[in-house]
Design a protein around this ligand. Structure first.
Ligand SMILES: Cc1cc2nc3c(=O)[nH]c(=O)nc-3n(C[C@H](O)[C@H](O)[C@H](O)COP(=O)(O)OP(=O)(O)OC[C@H]3O[C@@H](n4cnc5c(N)ncnc54)[C@H](O)[C@@H]3O)c2cc1C
Ligand SMILES: *[C@@H]1O[C@H](CO)[C@@H](O)[C@H](O)[C@H]1NC(C)=O
Ligand SMILES: *[C@@H]1O[C@H](CO)[C@@H](O)[C@H](O)[C@H]1NC(C)=O
Ligand SMILES: *[C@@H]1O[C@H](CO)[C@@H](O)[C@H](O)[C@H]1NC(C)=O
Ligand SMILES: *[C@@H]1O[C@H](CO)[C@@H](O)[C@H](O)[C@H]1NC(C)=O
Ligand SMILES: *[C@@H]1O[C@H](CO)[C@@H](O)[C@H](O)[C@H]1NC(C)=O
Ligand SMILES: *[C@@H]1O[C@H](CO)[C@@H](O)[C@H](O)[C@H]1NC(C)=O
Ligand SMILES: *[C@@H]1O[C@H](CO)[C@@H](O)[C@H](O)[C@H]1NC(C)=O
Ligand SMILES: *[C@@H]1O[C@H](CO)[C@@H](O)[C@H](O)[C@H]1NC(C)=O
Ligand SMILES: *[C@@H]1O[C@H](CO)[C@@H](O)[C@H](O)[C@H]1NC(C)=O
Length: 576
């Protein structure tokens, strides 16, 4: 089988299925501090107001509540008791549900890639594929974090939500293939980011139940914390009279009945508002609050507090490209468990499944057009009609065609960046976002190199059991003849250019970040430049995606900054 042939085969097949049979539900901790925003008073006072109960916001709120009164405002609902979140097999269900009460909100970047943001307590950790892995020590050093506190904070997160995944045959073959093609050494099971091949962690426990950032609220001091659900923050309020810099002192939010509430900071020089609304939400909320490019804000009649042209700049999304490898023998159902960390900057991961051609939401996953992944046409052609057509064709296929798995790559960084702008003044509406995938030629080069490694893995001895040696086989031929699956993008020269393959088949691995970057919008302590008593703490502050997958570091950052804030106040001689 030629490299070309694998590539021909390789365009991600619709729908890996993670249809595992799992236990029914995650234990609801019945948090006494969690309420609907409808029950909130019209005005209330706290030491800290945190906007966004996501992957960073939850650990931050839990930590600050130890010694201060904290309000955590989340626009979505509770993750508990919702099997679409709890169960691994429901990955596709949570993403494809686009009702107003869904935990996911779809957005499509100007690049044409279909993507998602969270709308639920626990944030992206309620929707994600669960892979858990730390940032590298070099990353920690470059960012300037305190390495010891970083390690303690990761540990604190891991004690509650991280587990070792099962390793069955197919994932083991990927691991052995990575080693055979020279992604060395083998580092065993570890959360650490080290060059070579390793088995990483997962937030799914041994029973396949998801543990999210919302579980980190078990660490909270219940008498110090108020969590309001279905509370959509409209803007941050500033005091400007008699001040050289605006002082953040309150927020306006709405409940589901549309009733407006206000929350203010208690008097005290150290009390703060912290935005943790994610890589789309945080720059959006800064702009809605009057911090952003003045001309852009004026065009939306937003009164300008600080002219800050860098808000919304530096948006990045690491491209994901994948190759589907049909298998002659049954394979286990698996999510990402193994990663090859190559020195040239491609992270190679894999997922497998068997009966992923079904029509129920349980029957598709990470690579299904039902969740917007349609690499068979270039991003700009991924119209609703094209998606619907692909779904229909997929459903008509023989299930055997879907037996196998995907080997995917995410590239480090990336270096390519884009930008975010408002579309309306409504915080519920998605802003417009552009990622400019592969705009930097160095990103493209890494993608091409990564595809080369993936092709070698497929052809490795270790992987021989899980590939056909004599393609095309009848069923697969039929597949290519009748379906969108494994057809290359309709682009003239694609078969001769891996560069074009990278561009045409680009999908997202949902690790988008930036918009409120350290050194540009916030300082090294995450304070928003140009105003007082306001920080941003979440993935929007990153310049590069940490580790191979970011969630561990986002949760760690929430804990880390919480501890740092407590320690600083303690050192300043304050008690309660
Ligand atoms: C489908 C998917 C798969 C992924 N797979 C993995 C994986 O396997 N491993 C991994 O490490 N990472 C993965 N990720 C990435 C990871 O989950 C995210 O990077 C991370 O969750 C981002 O955290 P955050 O705190 O920056 O934002 P979020 O977790 O999104 O938190 C932001 C929160 O703010 C709330 N909010 C926004 N605006 C407002 C407002 N105006 N008022 C009130 N609340 C507001 C949102 O509802 C949300 O809950 C995946 C992500 C997705 C979506
Ligand atoms: C939460 O409440 C439910 C229903 O009352 C109960 O079955 C469950 O055991 C409680 N969970 C915990 C952790 O207390
Ligand atoms: C909270 O509000 C949501 C949305 O309005 C509603 O679906 C849910 O039932 C409410 N929960 C409680 C406990 O009142
Ligand atoms: C789960 O997802 C399915 C389809 O995506 C949707 O119809 C259903 O309402 C969701 N269930 C819950 C509890 O949100
Ligand atoms: C943090 O932990 C990693 C291993 O997980 C280790 O390599 C590193 O030296 C530790 N850093 C510090 C400052 O202790
Ligand atoms: C801004 O205000 C002006 C004058 O009140 C109005 O004409 C215009 O439509 C407003 N623009 C937006 C985007 O709301
Ligand atoms: C790991 O790879 C990076 C390049 O991605 C390189 O800079 C670094 O030196 C390598 N680390 C070790 C310990 O070899
Ligand atoms: C191809 O599929 C059709 C039905 O879609 C079937 O009738 C035919 O036998 C298949 N051909 C081969 C060679 O398997
Ligand atoms: C396709 O390849 C031919 C010959 O290699 C070249 O002349 C042509 O410009 C290419 N077209 C595109 C769209 O890249
Ligand atoms: C928290 O408050 C307690 C009691 O006031 C005090 O003893 C402790 O030092 C404080 N800890 C931090 C980290 O602020």
């Amino acid at each position: 089988m030629s490299v070309e042939g694998w590539r021909l085969f390789g365009v991600a097949l619709a729908g890996i299925l993670f249809s595992l049979e799992f236990c029914s539900s995650q234990e609801d901790p019945n948090y006494t501090f969690m309420h609907n925003a409808t029950s909130a008073p019209t005005t209330a006072y706290y030491d800290y107001i945190i906007i966004g109960g996501g992957t960073a916001g939850c650990p931050l709120a839990a930590t600050l509540s130890q010694n201060y009164s904290v309000l955590l405002l989340e626009r979505g609902g509770s993750p508990y008791g919702n099997p679409n979140i709890t169960k691994l097999a429901s990955f596709g269900a949570a993403l494809s549900d686009q009702s107003p009460s869904s935990p996911s909100q779809r957005f499509i970047s100007e690049d044409g890639v279909i993507n998602y943001r969270a709308r639920v307590l626990g944030g992206g950790s309620c929707l994600n594929a669960g892979f858990y892995t730390r940032a590298g020590t070099q990353y920690v050093r470059n960012v300037g974090w305190d390495g010891r506190l970083v390690n303690e904070s990761y540990q604190w997160v891991e004690n509650m939500v991280a587990f070792e995944p099962p390793m069955l045959q197919w994932q083991s073959a990927v691991r052995d293939g990575l080693l055979e093609v020279g992604v060395l050494p083998f580092n065993g099971f570890t959360y650490d980011h080290i060059n070579g091949t390793k088995i990483g962690g997962t937030i799914f426990d041994k029973d396949g139940i998801r543990h999210t950032a919302a579980d980190l609220l078990k660490y909270a001091n219940p008498s110090g914390l108020t969590v309001l659900l279905h509370a959509t923050v409209r803007r941050v309020l500033f005091r400007t009279k008699g001040r050289t810099r605006p002082l953040a002192h309150g927020v306006v939010f709405r409940d589901t009945s549309g009733v407006k509430h206000k929350a203010y900071l208690n008097d005290g020089p150290k009390n703060e508002i912290i935005i943790s609304a994610g890589a789309l939400g945080s720059p959006q909320l800064l702009m809605l609050s009057g911090i952003g490019p003045a001309d852009h804000l004026k065009a939306y009649n937003i009164s300008v507090k600080v002219d800050q042209p860098l808000v919304g700049q530096g948006m990045s999304d690491n491209p994901m490209n994948a190759i589907f490898v049909p298998s002659p023998v049954p394979v286990e159902v698996s999510l990402i468990q193994v990663v090859g960390i190559t020195e040239y900057g491609s992270y190679i991961e894999a997922a497998s499944g068997e009966n992923f051609a079904g029509s129920s939401p349980q029957d598709y996953g990470m690579f299904s057009p039902k969740v917007g992944q349609l690499p068979t046409v270039p991003p700009r052609d991924r119209t609703p009609e094209a998606l619907a057509k692909a779904v229909k064709q997929m459903e008509a296929l023989d299930k055997a065609a879907f037996r196998g798995g995907f080997i995917l790559e995410k590239i480090r960084g990336p270096l390519s960046t884009g930008h975010l702008e408002l579309r309306t003044r409504n915080p519920n509406h998605n802003p417009s976002v552009t990622f400019n995938y592969f705009q930097d030629p160095r990103d493209l080069e890494i993608c091409v190199q990564g595809l080369g490694t993936i092709e070698k893995i497929i052809e490795s001895k270790s992987f021989s059991q899980f590939r056909y040696d004599n393609l095309p086989l009848p069923v697969l031929l039929n597949m290519t003849a009748n379906s969108p699956i494994n057809l290359l993008p309709k682009h003239k020269n694609v078969s001769t250019s891996l560069e074009q393959f990278c561009k045409d088949t680009v999908m997202t691995i949902w690790h988008y970040h930036g918009g409120c970057q350290v050194g540009r919008v916030v300082d090294a302590d995450y304070y928003v430049l140009g105003v007082d008593a306001l920080r941003v703490i979440d993935g929007s502050t990153f310049s590069y995606s940490p580790g191979t997958n970011p969630q561990a570091t986002v949760m760690m950052l929430g804990r880390y900054m919480g501890v740092k804030i407590l320690n600083e106040r303690l050192a300043a001689g304050e008690s309660n």
